[in-house]
Design a binder for this molecule. Structure first.
Ligand SMILES: NC(=O)NCCC(=O)O
Length: 385
């Protein structure tokens, strides 16, 4: 039943009278966004290839001394294409083909930065705890098949591509990491960043496969702005978001893979709150569909063994530093969300709200330094009970 529920926005717009819907939108989504006209070619290609495409525009006030810094970002959410029982080669090629179609359309629509979902080259097989065959999807971030594939699109469209993959680290004992590769508009790899927080919840058995990043919170100065990537579960950790802001990010992408039963009520809050708290844009991307695996696995909760993770609910969206946000893409369908944003909004919101000025990093740095000492005692003042 929930699998067929398209989106909160569709349900509200269909069932509320227009005047109420307008007020609900104002309160739930912030400042009304203008639609981005994508034109019949882009919309036609999406329809023909059976995915949703939608476009929105975040505007900023005009300034006297700075020109607008307009950037178009594209978020892609997708299902795996073939069953997980097919050969790895076929599964991967089919996903590459699908991404090629969607990135082509994004390129035609003038997108400057595109971000794919977490571990986009493969099914999200980490629920199974099986090493074979799934670890075979891991690849070198500099010259592995997905980077070589995407580099061509980056060059063709002068586009930065953020490619979250399962990495095989050839310089450090061939260990695995959960990594995002930042491919510059020239097709070269600008750098990599890795997942900082590895889940140990539900069937997200990722700690069986890879460890927490040791790379910190890098921000990449691209042709189109300063970008960072907070991979999936890192969105539950406000200090993780904060550090990308401290390092100067203007857009933070959150490529994810998460399921309805676990996290759906949190989804619309976390990346949006991060945009507000850190005065940058956030782009939350979730995969779609239900992926079934050949062998049963258990969740160690006394319930029957099963073959799937549950439903990945899509709902990708973009949030702005002023708290406004786009509607989400569908919960059930592949989608391309194209958003034009003026990065000048970041500084304008900093000046208005002063969240950076009032942040008190010094106080937290000192308190946290104390909190991690073995002899730390929480600062609790106890009254008579
Ligand atoms: N991929 C991933 O880290 N998922 C964990 C579950 C969640 O964060 O909602």
């Amino acid at each position: 039943m929930t699998e067929e529920f398209h989106s909160v926005e569709k349900a509200l717009s269909e069932h509320l009278p227009p005047r109420e819907w307008q007020q609900v939108q104002r309160i739930l989504y912030g400042k009304a966004l203008k639609p981005l006209e994508l034109g019949p070619k882009i919309e036609g290609a999406a329809q023909e290839q059976d995915y949703e495409v939608s476009g929105y525009r975040f505007e900023a006030a005009s300034e006297q001394l700075r020109s607008p810094q307009i950037v178009r970002v594209g978020l892609i959410q997708n299902q795996i294409v073939l069953p997980t029982t097919e050969s790895l080669e076929k599964q991967r090629s089919a996903i590459f083909h699908r991404m090629g179609q969607m990135i082509d359309n994004a390129g035609q629509a003038g997108v400057n930065i595109v971000c794919l979902q977490e571990a986009w080259t493969m099914p999200f097989a980490f629920c199974t705890r099986e090493k074979s065959p799934w670890c075979e999807f891991a690849e070198d971030p500099y010259d592995g098949p997905s980077t070589l594939f995407l580099a061509e699109y980056a060059k063709k469209y002068n586009m930065v591509i953020i490619s979250p993959i399962l990495e095989r680290d050839r310089n450090h004992g061939e260990v695995l990491w959960n990594t995002a590769v930042i491919i510059s508009h020239t097709g070269e790899v600008l750098g990599i960043t890795r997942k900082n927080h590895i889940p140990r919840v539900g069937d997200f058995n990722e700690s069986t496969y890879y460890m927490e990043s040791t790379l910190g919170h890098p921000v990449f100065a691209t042709k189109y702005g300063r970008v960072a990537v907070n991979i999936c579960y890192g969105r539950h950790h406000p200090p993780n978001w904060m550090m990308y802001g401290v390092n100067g990010a203007e857009i933070v992408f959150n490529p994810s893979a998460t399921v309805g039963a676990l996290s759906e009520p949190m989804w619309g809050i976390e990346a949006r709150n991060a945009a507000i708290a850190n005065s940058y844009f956030t782009c939350a991307i979730n995969r779609v569909g239900t992926e079934e695996f050949p062998n049963e696995f258990s969740s160690a909760d006394g319930k029957p063994a099963h073959r799937d993770f549950g439903h990945f609910y899509g709902s990708s969206y973009v949030a702005a530093p002023d708290g406004s946000r786009t509607p989400g893409l569908s919960r059930v369908k592949d989608g391309l969300l194209i958003v034009e944003m003026d990065l000048n909004l970041c500084r304008q919101v900093k000046d208005k709200w002063g969240f950076r000025m009032t942040q008190r990093l010094d106080v937290y740095a000192e308190s946290l330094t104390r909190a991690i000492q073995p002899d730390f005692e929480p600062q609790i003042i106890r009254g008579k009970l």
